[in-house]
Design a protein around this ligand. Sequence first.
Ligand code: NAP
Length: 375
Amino acid sequence: MVDSLFQEERQLLEDALWAKKRVKLRKNDWEVDQNLEKIKALSFGVGVIGSMLARTIIEQKKDWLEIVGAVDIDQTKVGVDLGRLVGLSDCGVTVQKDATKAINETKPDVILHTTSSYLERTFPELRLLAENGVDIVSSCEELSYPYATNRSMAEDLDAIAKKSQVSILGTGINPGFLMDALPILLTAPCISINKIHVERQMNAANRRIPFQKKIGAGLSEEEFRAAIRNKTISGHVGLLQSISMLADSLRWKLDDIEIEEPVPVILNREAKSDWITVQRGKVAGSRQRAFGVVGGKRIIDYEFSAYIGAEEEFDMVGIQGVPNVSFKSNPCVNGDHGTIAMLINMIPKVLEAPAGLLTMKDLQLPSAANMKIPD
Ligand SMILES: NC(=O)c1ccc[n+]([C@@H]2O[C@H](COP(=O)([O-])OP(=O)(O)OC[C@H]3O[C@@H](n4cnc5c(N)ncnc54)[C@H](OP(=O)(O)O)[C@@H]3O)[C@@H](O)[C@H]2O)c1
């Protein structure tokens, strides 16, 4: 009796909290009215992606979204105006070091978290942010499908999020969309599926400098192999998460997910980006394959190539089944723009979602948010 009363009360509280979120969202989800309250975001991690995010929000999303606070551990950034830091005029938001203080002072609706690719590293940051009661959209690759990364850590984070009544989502362009949410969506018209091939190839010259470095561009082949051995080059973080999310969506219980080591791409010509010149015979970037295996058969087949000077750029999904489905975007979707867009566009969906640790497959159909009608 007491238990059921308690449960009823708890349910009412949860409904009320969720309803509150929905009301807040409604203000921003339909036509954008200048008089309505904007969604307030706090940027946590003002690195390359965090800076691009801030610039995009300040310059292009100010009708429905505003940055009210910013946090970074880099001492050279702390105390600096965010607008100035990202190459714009001052915007009145000073980068702070202490996240709790920044949250208390600015009362954001959502935190845009862009510090690291790894769940173990980001866990303490995410716990602190969640315990402060704010929804989180993160670019952390391993958070995109955290149950594949570290189940017990994911369950802990889910419990913390539910207790604090916040939603946490890891997303981005890849992982987050091109090699997971998109192929999952493309399986919708299939009656049966025999095999899924997903491939992305890009010219890394079009990406930000940390990306060019993390694929080994400019190294000799020996330096590349040593960097793989000592883990300064990790390969693409996200293949395990994307394949797991796709398989789980189809309820395919895989025997194994094989992630091959990245191999160097070596061109017999010179290739250049704005930052790196790759001499002939040196490493221009890397290529990596991964497979979902059942009964010895590779029924999911992924390939990810990123190198400076790639002649062709594309994203493709090929589904062998009834019916066959084939998708190709040529050129590929620009990764940096795509990441910024995913982080921004998922905000309304996350604000509306129930509390907990979410993945792209748990949300409503992803889409651009609050797009302006073209002139
Ligand atoms: N899912 C996707 O599609 C996708 C796409 C693009 C990027 N990403 C990921 O997003 C992350 C951010 O990328 P990036 O290029 O912007 O990296 P970055 O330039 O290294 O920026 C990270 C920033 O966060 C700061 N930081 C680190 N730990 C912090 C903490 N505990 N508290 C506050 N600030 C902290 C860093 O400061 P210090 O420099 O002092 O450490 C740096 O300023 C990377 O892990 C990247 O791989 C994902």
